[in-house]
Ligand binder design. Structure first.
Ligand code: PMP
Length: 455
């Protein structure tokens, strides 16, 4: 291979063996094996090459795109290898891992709101268009309308699937972000394997599956799965190719991705969870054995802080925790489950700081055995550093010397409103389950509790 770009495509296909596929056989094509880690490397390269061939992208030019992340990673990869500047407009609900990855490849990131729709100047596609217009030598890639996007899948992904399946495929389960995958694979199959049905896996809240089922546009909701689902009908999505459509909820998608890793050892992202959940439903509904293919669109590594993070699931209320309507519900990281982040009185400030930083919290309960003996927060720590100088000695100070030991405890069974007076006094609540420490409740935890409740 003369370049990493030669590694795009030719991804492996593996059969699912430990999940209930009814009478069917289910195969997954691991698009996560592409160099930037997703299915979007294929169209990214194709769209750049098409623009070069058409003369719309010239040496030293700028690539601008509105992207949920993976297209941006593909563009940044190909762009940096070919000497283009890459500017990506990214909605702010996207996983931090993708943004850091794109930046590390040299892309410039413009974060924008994810709570506004098409036509709003802050909507990511409108903003990308505006940036292109004011940047000389810039090209708006526009994956939603660019014909090189579906063509990449028609010429590579589709043929690879058919070949790896020895020419025998009954159904392909895909998601739609831009529609490139659906339209490309669907058009290819229509020509050479007309029996192959295209099945859409769509997040609940997206307008696509309801449109296919009813022919009507619905008001879009919101969903946490990244990369698929839309609030409009993309030009590149030829929905007439779709035979069956499934709406899959976020907890189902996240659960499927987690199960795929645990049972099969396949590390896939949130949209792959949606595809898998729909593929399994389709398989189990069949009366006759079928050969079904779906995709691992990208790697789970991009979603460790969400899909594979128990605290995130608990924050969203998707774990299997019972709800009581009391302070207990506000406590995310629980001591009895081993997930509370704590320090011991004898630990030093360096340890306390490392834990606070790693967990992105600004205070820690100080626990001795099963008892909470204090609380240490940023101002305790800063105070100690400022009085003893900021050198090595200060960071070696034991937590017990700086912690606050007059604690505000509250019962896990208390009404939620009882937290408010504590927070007004700038306290963190130490939540007790009878005489045992349950965990702490912060203002952020309470804000999140209200957010989830109003959904
Ligand atoms: N999964 C993920 C994670 C993606 O980023 C994308 C692209 N937005 C897709 C699936 C869907 O691909 P397409 O744009 O071809 O519809």
């Amino acid at each position: 291979m003369s370049s990493v770009l030669d590694l795009i495509g030719h991804t492996p296909l593996v059969e699912v063996s430990r999940l209930d596929t009814g009478p069917c056989r289910l195969f997954l094509k691991l698009e996560s094996a592409n160099p930037s880690g997703s299915i979007k490397d294929r169209p990214a390269r194709a769209m750049i090459e098409a623009a070069e061939a058409a003369g719309t992208l010239k040496a030293g030019g700028t690539i601008v795109e509105a992207t949920a992340g993976n297209t941006g990673l593909g563009l940044a990869l190909v762009g940096s290898r070919r000497g283009y500047r890459t500017v990506l407009v990214v909605p702010d609900k996207m996983a931090r891992e993708k943004i850091l990855h794109a930046k590390a490849m040299g892309a410039e990131i413009v974060l924008t709101r994810s709570d506004v729709g098409k036509g709003h100047p802050d909507y990511y596609q409108d903003l990308a268009q505006a940036i292109t217009q004011r940047t000389p030598g810039a090209l708006f890639i526009n994956q939603f309308e660019n014909p090189a996007n579906p063509l990449a899948h028609q010429q590579t992904t589709g043929p690879e699937i058919l070949e790896q399946m020895n020419g025998d495929v009954d159904a392909v389960v895909v998601g739609v972000g831009s529609g490139g995958t659906l339209t490309g694979i669907g058009r290819f199959m229509r020509g050479v394997s007309p029996k192959t049905e295209m099945v859409l896996a769509d997040p609940t809240g997206s307008v696509l599956a309801p449109y296919i089922q009813t022919g009507k546009m619905t008001e879009a909701g919101s969903w946490a799965v990244e990369g698929i689902g839309e609030d409009f009908l993309p030009k590149n999505a030829d929905l007439s190719l779709v035979k069956h459509a499934y709406s899959i909820t976020d907890p189902e998608s996240f659960g499927a991705a987690r199960e795929l890793l645990r049972r099969e050892g396949i590390f896939a992202g949130s949209s792959s969870g949606t595809l898998l959940a729909a593929a399994l439903k389709f398989c189990r509904e069949q009366k006759t054995p079928k050969r079904v293919v779906s995709l691992v669109c990208d790697s789970g590594a991009k979603y460790l802080s969400k899909v594979f993070n128990d605290a995130f699931l608990a924050q969203e209320g998707w774990g299997d925790r019972e709800r009581f309507g009391t302070v207990r519900d506000v406590v995310i990281n629980r001591f009895n489950e081993g997930s509370a982040i704590t320090v011991s009185p004898g630990d030093n400030l360096r340890t306390a700081f490392a834990r606070m930083r790693a967990a992105d919290v600004s205070q820690l309960p100080v626990v001795e055995g099963e008892r909470v003996v204090g609380l240490v927060d940023e101002s305790d720590m800063l105070g100690a550093l400022l009085t003893s100088g900021s050198g090595d000695a200060a960071f070696s100070t034991p937590v017990k010397n700086v912690m606050v030991s007059r604690l505000e405890t509250i019962s896990a069974d208390a009404p939620i409103a009882d937290l408010v007076p504590l927070f007004r006094k700038e306290y963190v609540a130490i939540v007790m389950d009878q005489s045992r420490f349950l965990g702490i409740a912060t203002r952020m935890d309470l804000i999140n509790y209200f957010r989830v409740k109003q959904q």
